[in-house]
Design a protein around this ligand. Structure first.
Ligand code: LHQ
Length: 263
């Protein structure tokens, strides 16, 4: 499928999605959502793809909803926003969290509004030192969406999340790392290489186990310890039946590096 608003590339087990509206700092349009759904659907079905790398072209990662596309003056604009969330943003976040493959964000520049929260929904986020994260919603009279009100307090705590949501202050990549909002901040010039090498590592990992880890993490936010212990038992049973588990143990005994196949 030919895409207009994203670039999509598959190589050596890694699917790279690049948000590609650089003149608008890769702001989301309905078309971009449609294309992201198609790309993520393809990734879910393709057994050869074992890791996803998400980044932006130009100087931004993603500036959230394209504000030229929404019409605040319309009667019933609030309803329009709710429909956009149902149709686009909520589906996108569910697709990223529900995909049983690792999704790595390489935040190359500013990530604002839903763009920031898309990065927070990814399993691992790397950011360029010059990148920043802005919970821009209250700046324009909205509330956080795209899962931000769920992910951000869990990553950085209520006190910081509340201030960021209400004040809409920009957070530098270094601060984001220090607060645990992201995994790591790297020099701008190193971001692409570091992200590619981490994506390659993830693509060589036991994909089934990583997918099940994601299921555990998704559930741990709301489960009790008892429920989580039961879930760990159930998923360990599945992981223990995988070819990669057998390979991992065999490789350990044979004192060699495992060659995981992702099944
Ligand atoms: C943009 C945008 C943009 C269009 C920069 N749209 N063009 C969900 C459901 C439905 C509706 C509502 O929203 C949501 C979720 C959300 O995401 S709400 C949050 C929406 N996003 C924002 O409020 C962020 C708006 N952008 C900004 O505040 C700034 O652009 C940031 C702080 C991101 C970057 O600032 P600068 O580095 O100073 O860049 P800039 O403002 O000069 O932007 C560069 C160009 O990109 C500029 O176009 P121009 O033609 O003047 O060069 C901007 O108009 C355009 N752009 N964001 N969201």
């Amino acid at each position: 499928m030919a895409y207009e608003t994203i670039l999509f590339d598959k190589k050596d087990g890694v699917a790279t999605i690049t948000l590609n509206r650089p003149n608008q700092l890769n702001a989301f349009t309905a078309k971009m959502h449609e294309e992201l759904r198609a790309a993520l659907g393809e990734i879910a079905k393709d057994g050869e793809i074992r890791a996803v790398l998400l980044t932006g072209s130009g100087r931004g990662f993603c500036a959230g909803q394209d504000l030229q596309e929404v019409k605040p003056s319309d009667v019933g604009a609030g309803r329009d926003l709710a429909q956009r969330l149902d149709r686009n943003y909520n589906r996108l976040i569910r697709a990223v969290r529900g995909l049983e493959k690792p999704v790595l964000a390489a935040v190359n520049g500013v990530a604002a509004g839903a763009g920031a929260n898309l990065a927070l929904a990814c399993d691992i986020a790397l950011a360029a030192r010059s990148a920043s994260f802005i919970q821009a919603f209250a700046r324009i009279g909205l509330v956080p969406d795209s899962g931000g009100s769920y992910t951000l307090p869990r990553k950085i705590g209520q006190a910081r999340a509340a201030a960021l949501f209400m004040l809409g202050d920009s957070v530098s990549a270094e601060q984001a790392e220090a607060w645990g909002m992201i995994w790591k901040c790297v020099d701008d010039a190193a971001l692409a290489t570091e992200a590619q090498s981490m994506a390659a590592r993830l693509a060589a990992a036991p994909t089934k186990s990583l997918g099940l880890i994601k299921r555990l993490l998704n559930a741990s936010a709301t489960n009790t310890l008892d429920q989580q212990l039961d879930l760990e038992r159930d998923l360990q049973r599945i992981a223990g039946g995988s070819e990669d588990y057998r390979e991992g143990v065999t490789a350990f005994r044979e004192k060699r590096k495992p060659a995981f196949k992702g099944r």
